[in-house]
Design a protein around this ligand. Structure first.
Ligand code: FES
Ligand SMILES: [Fe+2]
Length: 458
């Protein structure tokens, strides 16, 4: 027996019902649905544990697809660069000119053409790229600059010694790279997602939190823990009073997908609209202020918890960021809209949950990965300096980061799950991974696309 309410899918208040009641104009992409169509096929566990499959992914995914390397505001000055490592590959992304145009940013393979030293091991700012081994040096534009004892290299033609380039394009403030010089343009690859994001001004948002952590599971196990709300009921019970978990909406677009999770409504597991409205607000406040908050909440006469949360959150965001959000829809203030861009990038669209995630293999280790979490914020006036990137080792909980606050508790619940999944999968007792047809449809679709890349048919 469960302490939760039993319900059928048809009993629930859906995202579309909430959007229909929105007091303001809802951005058009949120009104369009693209329901999943794939059947209930199981997945192979090998995808998560096999070094051979990882090696194939390096060739067919990581060397072939557009990937988020950094935000443009992380490299504001000429010479500023970041190092983007992916599996055993590495890229330098560098600003070579002022301005926000695509010509201002270049990306190169991060390898010295003398004897193969990794040119840069960390982010920074330099006037030229000088190899620390023998001093071969390149200009920021990739052309060769200095060859010590040139007389000793009769075989070398300096004009042919430019650093090999990696494709780079800008989108909504994100710097995206692709090893494949023949890859289709980013905008074409993003397809529907690019159309939708015309409505979401992420290029005007600033980085307010940036944390990277080694997670104790394969990159796909970890990423998939963030692609469904199905796990909320037992993994994150403290957010259940104000989270539409079972009534989240899932949409599928070519290679990509989306999840819309309403907040300030009670989970269908707790009775949905029948749940105590004051308890919805209490749980929201307790989460924001810390787990043991006993602070009383007030529900203005006649307002639902969602109405009241909207008033509170809208004014809270406006005050914190000194921006006018009075014309933004209820859903842009309250709900979570998470897009997934194949293979590993998740930009979220709303003011209320302005997250960005990225999941990458940790070198060639199939049992751990790097998870990047960024929080963006709107701003007025001058762009605030980007929050510094902080790093958490595998043994450090998310709560170790001073910026995570109660959010860290939730991510530690997820981290604990994925560690157990990885161990369980490696025991190879479970023959397959079984997925829900609707709530886990994005995971199934992701693997469908992944398999096509691995097979070379996409
Ligand atoms: S390996 Fe880079 S200069 Fe020798
Ligand atoms: Fe979770």
């Amino acid at each position: 027996m469960s302490q939760f309410v039993e319900f059928a899918r048809t009993d629930m208040e859906m995202v579309s019902d909430l959007l229909a009641r929105d007091a303001k104009k809802v951005p058009w992409p949120l009104l369009e649905q693209a329901p999943p169509t794939l059947g209930p096929t199981d997945l192979s566990i090998e995808s998560y544990i096999s070094p051979e499959i990882h090696a194939r992914e390096v060739e067919t995914i990581w060397k072939k697809t557009w990937q988020w390397a950094c935000r443009i505001e992380e490299i504001p000055n000429v010479g500023d660069h970041i190092v983007y490592d992916i599996a055993d590959q590495s890229v330098i992304v560098v600003r070579v000119a002022t301005g926000a145009g695509p010509e201002a940013i270049r990306a190169y393979h991060n390898v010295c053409l003398h004897r193969g030293t990794k040119l840069r091991v960390s982010d920074g700012s330099v006037p030229k790229f000088r190899c620390p081994f023998h001093g071969w040096t390149w200009n920021l534009d990739g052309t060769f600059d200095w060859l010590p004892c040139e007389w000793d290299f009769p075989q070398v033609n300096k004009s042919e010694l430019s650093l090999p380039e990696v494709r780079v394009e800008l989108w909504k403030g994100f710097v995206m790279v692709n090893f494949d010089l023949q890859a289709k343009p980013l905008r074409e690859f993003l397809g529907v997602v690019a159309n939708h994001f015309e409505e979401f001004p992420l290029e005007n948002w600033a980085i307010s939190l940036h944390v990277e952590k080694v997670m104790p599971a394969n990159w796909k196990v970890t990423m998939e823990a963030f692609m469904e709300a199905y796990h909320t009921v037992v993994t994150h019970p403290e957010i259940l009073p104000y989270t539409g978990d079972a009534n989240s909406q899932y949409d599928i677009y070519d290679e990509h997908s989306r999840m819309i999770t309403p907040f300030a409504v009670a989970s269908p597991h707790l009775g949905g609209p029948d749940f105590d409205q004051v308890k919805i607000l209490q749980a929201m406040k307790a989460f924001r202020k810390g787990r043991n908050s006993e602070e009383a909440v007030t529900l203005a006469h006649g307002l639902s918890a969602r109405d009241q949360a909207l008033v509170d959150l809208r004014s809270g965001l406006e005050k914190a960021f000194r921006v006018d959000l009075s014309q933004e829809s209820d859903t842009m203030i309250l709900d979570a809209v998470q897009y997934f861009v194949f293979p590993n990038f998740m930009p979220w669209a709303t003011f209320g949950t302005p997250l960005v995630y990225r999941f990458r293999p940790n070198g060639n280790d199939v049992d751990s990965c790097l998870m990047t979490l960024m929080l963006l914020r709107p701003f007025s006036g001058d762009r605030p300096a980007p929050a510094e990137r902080r790093f958490l080792r595998a043994d450090q909980p998310w709560t170790d980061d001073p910026g995570m606050k109660t959010l860290g508790v939730v991510y530690d619940q997820d981290a604990s799950n994925v560690a157990r999944v990885q161990k369980g999968l490696k025991a190879k007792t479970n023959a397959t991974v079984k997925l829900g047809q609707y709530q886990e449809s994005r995971i199934r679709h992701f693997h469908h696309v992944l398999d096509e890349y691995l097979a070379g048919t996409r």
